[in-house]
Design a protein around this ligand. Structure first.
Ligand code: MSP
Length: 511
């Protein structure tokens, strides 16, 4: 059995979850569910990133202790996972003792090996923002922007990790492992970044400036830089088990370089820990054409959509709309179009027709098909082709195309129903028509059952509902469910199913 350990980025615990967070969870969940279905032994980790300046500031603004602040936010992220039906096996918090212990041990180990040294850091510091600034932060006229308040040049002693020493090693590693970053063109961006010399990484912050962090084990006057702390979560969560190295870290494109593709492999290499097998960098969502931002007020609260349209409709949209790796736009109008035309009018319609006609013409029991004629054979052949293609697409993270093909098959099944017109056959008393009626009822039910097998990773709840109304309990071997085999004969179907009700009003107008 293949082991498959997959992670999401851990979310900053300084604000509520938004669409970007929801997408990454759903994408990773679909991959995890797909791998489980393919027979892998899967471990799925997610969590929250809870230390650092921003958290300390946000907590201060609310007048609460940082610990209490992150307890609340972390709970919100946990709630998001639950609501989105995310099948994570673990949820790590960087304030967990199990994590802090490993961070401190790795730091001590690197310090003992001479990979960490102390030096003076000289730079421009904004007291208002409590951060060091870089030349690129200046305005074109050379002045510092208002938001930084008074900017002073200071010298501060800090600890540095010898990143630069490993630059050539990393370049060689990436060249020898072309599949380290998915999509491949992003690996090229990493190599591009490595063309210029990289500096050693400042991994400490003096306690008087930032107290909310993990103290350095070899100097308690400092806390650990938040990225150095956060990246280790992937390892600290599974240390002592056989899950490491991870199969995939799923992250957004913004945190690929330098954090995941440069700092992380070098940290592991320096600590003699095996590297993760690959990184999957997904693109970003914009909303109705512009960047999601609190100031423009276009932050999509994913749960509003889940509440109004159902969790599976949201999961479906996110996976159907985004080509993994590229950017995409979330437009409530487009959401409604897909919801109505694909889910309600195509899939929902097929389910309802199947139930309806099986009840009307066969007493609610799926009949035995007679010999298959050309339209039935064609539909069955299309199924075999669809299944093989979709499996291959999912192996390559092309889930949006996998869904597209599956829905093409659903459309073809609806077209098959139109062609056979069971409502006409039902009026005839001729034996030949009655046989064809039974065949068409059996065929539509079996086509639906097969298609549902390809939807379970994306729409787990809806799939269970459809199996339920078909009077069917799928077996434990998923691949068997994808084989056309008249598995529904004799099953008693439900009267009706409400899967995708007409929305009352658009989610965006709900306030
Ligand atoms: N805490 C760091 C990650 C540390 S991992 C060791 C962080 N947190 S975050 O909350 O800002 O982002 C979490 C994830 O959400 C990242 O992978 C990020 O790319 C993703 N997204 C944030 N906004 C997004 C969109 N608008 N669209 C898609 N994903 C985006 O970075």
């Amino acid at each position: 059995m293949k082991s498959f350990f997959i992670t999401t980025a851990i979310d900053y615990a300084n604000g509520s979850p938004h669409l970007g967070h929801a997408y990454e969870k759903v994408l990773t969940d679909v991959i995890a569910r797909f791998r489980r279905q393919m027979g892998d032994r899967v471990h799925f980790l997610t969590g929250t990133d809870e230390h650092g300046q921003k958290v300390q500031q946000s907590a201060r603004k609310q007048g609460v202790e940082p610990q209490q602040f992150v307890d609340n936010i972390s709970e919100e992220f946990r709630g998001l996972c639950k609501r989105l039906n995310i099948s994570n096996d673990d949820f790590i918090r960087t304030t967990d003792e199990r994590h802090k212990k490993v961070v401190r041990r790795i730091l001590q180990q690197l310090f003992d090996k001479g990979e960490i040294y102390k030096a003076d850091y000289k730079g421009f510091y904004s007291t208002r923002q409590e951060q060091f600034l870089q030349e690129k932060d200046r305005q074109p006229d050379g002045a510092w922007p208002e938001i930084y308040g008074e900017v002073v040049e200071i010298t501060e002693s800090n600890y540095f990790f010898k990143l630069g020493k490993y630059q050539q090693w990393l370049i060689d590693y990436l060249k020898a492992n072309e599949d380290f970053v998915f999509p491949r063109y992003r690996q090229k961006q990493v190599l591009e970044f490595l063309k210029d010399p990289i500096n050693d990484l400042c991994i400490s912050r003096p306690k008087e400036r930032l107290s909310w962090g993990i103290p350095l084990p070899f100097d308690e006057n400092y806390v650990t830089y938040v990225w150095f702390d956060a990246l280790i979560n992937y390892y600290s969560a599974v240390e002592g088990t056989d899950w490491w190295p991870a199969s995939f870290h799923v992250i957004g494109k913004d945190i690929l370089v330098p954090a995941h593709a440069v700092y992380w492999p070098i940290m592991l290499k320096a600590a003699d820990i095996p590297l993760p097998k690959a990184l999957l960098a997904h693109g970003w969502w914009s909303v109705s054409g512009s960047k999601m931002s609190k100031s423009t007020g276009n932050v999509i609260k994913p749960l509003d959509f889940a509440d109004q349209f159902g969790v599976d409709a949201l999961r479906y949209f996110l996976i159907r709309e985004m080509n993994v790796g590229q950017d995409s736009d979330f437009s409530p109008d487009q959401f409604l179009v897909r919801y109505t035309s694909e889910l309600a009018n195509n899939l929902g319609n097929l389910v309802n027709r199947t139930l309806n006609m099986t009840n009307r013409f066969a007493g609610g029991l799926v009949p035995e098909p007679a010999e298959l004629d050309k339209p039935e054979q064609d539909l069955r052949a299309l199924w075999d082709k669809t299944r093989d293609e979709v499996l291959q697409l999912c192996e390559g993270f092309q889930f949006h195309l996998g869904l597209e093909r599956t829905f093409t098959f659903i459309t073809a099944t609806n077209a098959y129903i139109e062609l056979r017109a069971p409502w006409k056959l039902g009026k005839s008393t001729e034996a030949k028509d009655q046989a064809l009626l039974r065949t068409s009822l059996a065929t539509m039910a079996e086509a639906l059952r097969c298609a549902v097998g390809l939807l379970t990773a994306v729409m787990p709840e809806t799939s269970q509902k459809i199996y339920g109304v078909l009077g069917y309990q799928p077996g434990s071997v998923w691949s068997d469910e994808l084989v056309w085999g008249n598995k529904l004969v004799g099953k008693k179907v439900a009267e009706t199913a409400i899967l995708f009700p007409r929305p009352e009003k658009p989610a965006t107008e709900k306030k």
